[in-house]
Ligand binder design. Sequence first.
Ligand SMILES: *[C@@H]1O[C@H](CO)[C@@H](O)[C@H](O)[C@H]1NC(C)=O
Ligand SMILES: *[C@@H]1O[C@H](CO)[C@@H](O)[C@H](O)[C@H]1NC(C)=O
Ligand SMILES: *[C@@H]1O[C@H](CO)[C@@H](O)[C@H](O)[C@H]1NC(C)=O
Length: 167
Amino acid sequence: MIGFLAALLVLRLLFAASEIQDTNKMYTSGSDALYNCSSVEEICKVPIPSSYNNCSRAGVWKNELQSVMRITCIQGQIRGFYCSAVGKAKSYYPLSGRYLVARGNSVIMGWTVAWQNPSGNNQSSTSWSAISYTGDVIESQWLLTSYSTELWRTVMSNRDRFMKVRC
Ligand SMILES: *[C@@H]1O[C@H](CO)[C@@H](O)[C@H](O)[C@H]1NC(C)=O
Ligand SMILES: *[C@@H]1O[C@H](CO)[C@@H](O)[C@H](O)[C@H]1NC(C)=O
Ligand SMILES: *[C@@H]1O[C@H](CO)[C@@H](O)[C@H](O)[C@H]1NC(C)=O
């Protein structure tokens, strides 16, 4: 009897572990499973299932400095990656954030990139706070915090306008 209960417990633990894995897979398959900053075409390659587009803003976006990001949104969560410079292998960084759908189908959203990847640690991170009134523009303001021993030097701020890329 005890052996049977122990076996049940082990099974239950195994299931719990596979549930966690499934959740991870769920989030990665829609966004950062395939990342490649070598070209916009490459970034556009992976189709985004409609279930990863609850904010109607999932897809590929480009700002005025030609940085490109790919995002998905599901259950309040934004996932994706940011290509700080298209064409450079080292430019891939994961991003994550939160969103909500506001009045008139506007989307209020915020996401963060920590500028560290296998190529290096830039000692900095950027957070964007944004609103998107329509499906083809995201208007954001960002704060970039960089390491310095002098506190007053650590933060820069500016705006970014992201335009939807037609993939
Ligand atoms: C990215 O795409 C380019 C061009 O198709 C390819 O040469 C390269 O191997 C890809 N890199 C990764 C990490 O998949
Ligand atoms: C987003 O999810 C909410 C809650 O599950 C649902 O009511 C709404 O229809 C979804 N919107 C889209 C665009 O999928
Ligand atoms: C971080 O990136 C900026 C812009 O490319 C560069 O000027 C700076 O030297 C980098 N800092 C570190 C610590 O890698």
